[in-house]
Design a protein around this ligand. Structure first.
Ligand code: GLA
Length: 392
């Protein structure tokens, strides 16, 4: 990662021979609670983190979009008017699918790609890839905000979140929900974003971590996951099947009081998938209320219950995530859970500032004792969402 906006601008100059029109940045996210609820039109409570993707972007005089990055300097380029055809033929692949997908998705949402100028984009990121912290949404959101500004589209941040999701669904090929892009675009300092994924109403909820002298520790198992294949899509399909069997289009329409009925209608596996979503929605509501009424010290049990539900009912945890969560709890964490889509990635723990190093050491020792790859641990601070960092 270039240390500064100036360094990325300098890199842009080296590659293109001119100044960028600006540098935009967008954060990764940690989901505090509300997992696999977004595509069920439920509730989520993520926050933007202090790990960001930056995009230096400059207009071109032709209609070509050209993307490169500090982690892969081979440029990929298409004429903007050829993006749709390239997407249909599966020619957009690898990391460039995120920025190119965003340009395509802006077109799908009404931008006239035959009328706008081309762009050079250089991307740089400190969001770890494959850790479940939404490095993909960080790329999408930084590029979406940049193109929205440079092409004078006037799209709202809520609409840009949908643009990012469409890129991810239709170009990257991952059937993900709206949570990650919303967190990246709507996040605020020391706050989480409470999002109703049906209405898309978003409320900023103060977390009060600094005042309570609490940290969020990320424990990245380094077991890499992908949501474009396998388990994620299966879980989504099970939720849709469960909703259909209960006579509704979305699990948002069922609540804890419907669990007995669900059990009589559904096979055991589908019932447990549905129970996770129903109870997780309730836990998000309870977490928001608890944060507002009692503060962050009181949410530990909700985080723990969320992890148990993901481990036993939704079955998206892995031994490394369970070990991280259990070890953190045994060493003083107030609550802990895996975060993100699962099948790898990271867990989080809510910990008093002065207990953080003790938990980090304990988790690393526990991993070594089980013969697991050494995890990477670091604290994150709830931070500002996507923004323009410089005009030049
Ligand atoms: C991934 C997806 C999100 C969400 C989470 C699970 O991060 O991108 O849309 O579904 O998994 O909560």
């Amino acid at each position: 990662m270039s240390d500064t906006v100036q360094e990325l601008s300098e890199r842009f100059r080296e590659l293109t021979g001119r100044n960028p029109d600006g540098v935009w940045s967008a954060p990764g996210r940690v989901n505090l609670i509300g997992e696999h609820t977004d595509y069920n039109e439920g509730f989520v409570l993520p926050f933007a983190i202090d790990r960001r993707t930056r995009a230096a972007v400059g207009l071109r005089t032709d209609g070509v979009i050209r993307v490169t990055s500090t982690f892969d300097d081979t440029p990929v380029e298409f004429h903007l008017s050829a993006l749709d055809g390239a997407r249909s033929e599966g020619q957009i692949a690898g990391w460039s699918a995120y920025p190119l997908g965003v340009a395509w998705a802006l077109g799908q949402h009404g931008a006239d790609l035959s009328a706008v100028a081309g762009v050079d984009i250089i991307i740089d990121s400190t969001v770890p890839v494959g850790a479940g912290l939404s490095s993909s949404a960080a790329i999408e959101s930084s590029v979406a905000l940049a193109l929205n500004d440079l092409w004078s589209l006037g799209f709202s941040r809520e609409k840009l979140a949908k643009v990012g999701q469409l890129a991810e669904n239709e170009v990257v090929g991952a059937p993900t929900g709206i949570m990650d892009q919303s967190a990246s675009l709507l996040g605020a300092t020391d706050s989480a974003v409470f999002l109703d994924c049906r209405s898309l109403d978003a409320t900023v909820v103060p977390l009060g971590l600094a005042q309570a002298e609490l940290s969020i520790l990320v424990m990245d198992t380094r077991v890499s996951h992908s949501h474009a294949t396998g388990g994620y899509a299966e879980r989504r399909a099970a939720c849709e099947a469960g909703a259909a069997a209960m006579g509704t289009s979305s699990l948002r329409d069922v609540s804890v009081s419907d669990l007995d009925r669900a059990q009589t209608l559904l096979d055991d596996v589908t019932f447990r998938r549905v129970r996770h979503v129903i109870t997780e929605n309730q836990r998000v509501l309870d977490t928001v209320r608890t944060l507002n009424e009692e503060g962050p010290l009181a949410i530990g049990a909700l985080l723990d219950a969320s992890h148990v539900s993901m481990r036993d009912d939704f079955e998206i945890s892995i031994p490394e995530l369970d070990l991280a969560v259990e070890t953190a709890r045994a060493n003083g964490a107030i609550g802990a859970r895996m975060t993100g889509g699962g099948f790898g990635g990271a867990a989080i723990a809510l910990i008093a500032h002065d207990q953080v190093s003790r938990v980090e050491v304990a988790v690393k020792q526990a991993f070594a004792a089980r013969g697991f790859t050494e995890p990477v641990t670091f604290t994150v601070t709830p931070s500002q969402g996507a923004e323009r960092n410089s005009a030049q």
